[in-house]
Design a protein around this ligand. Sequence first.
Ligand code: 9D3
Length: 233
Amino acid sequence: MRIDIITIFPKMFAPVLNESIMLRAQDKGKVKFHIHDLRDYTSDKHRKVDDRPFGGGSGMLMQPEPIFKAVEHIKSKIKGKKSKVILLCPQGEKLTQKIAKNISKEKHIILICGHYEGVDERVREKLVDEEISIGDYVLTGGELAAMVLVDSVVRLLPGVLGDKNSLNFESFEGNLLEHPHYTRPANFRKMSVPEVLLSGDHKKIEAWRNKEALKRTRARRPDLLKSNVRKEN
Ligand code: 9D3
């Protein structure tokens, strides 16, 4: 998968994308990132990417020209492949595992990181295929949201994760929160591990885990148990 990211803060990305699983995914050739500084696609000497809204009002908007130029430049480099253009913005559809899974099937995505009060509407109309938000809270821009989306998508690409914490496992677990986990030592500062987990009785252990998962889900995320709003993944 090829991922192009258009941003006014290109330096934000390397520290996140060049660690851990994202680094391994690149080293294995499963994903290639191309980070583009939006200001490189401006034509004026001030490298201006924003301007005031027609009709008045506070705040600035991202102008269409640099964004169109950046997307057109990227598309000209990858003739043949279909590209999905995604705008990260507060008005987008809220990111879910199902959306991450669908995006992971694409060959090429272009992410536009929103900023200021938003983007000129013509970017949405002509350039953007999907708008995504990562949740109902206010960020200062689309960059962190783009990184969250990338992380959720890249780990789903075939061969990125080992078999150990494999993905099949997730798909039939996804409707409950996880049960409590314990590791060594069995006694830590006078806190002991539930006896059943040390019993070696795998039937009993599974029953305990199911019961605890249900208990925790009921307490913290009762919405996940309502069958009419089953979270698809
Ligand atoms: C005052 C109106 N705000 C809209 C809710 C303006 C506004 C706030 C924050 C406009 C842009 C932003 C910057 N945020 C993003 O670009 C963004 C975002 C977010 O703030 N929350 C969750 N997901 C995302 S994806 C992009």
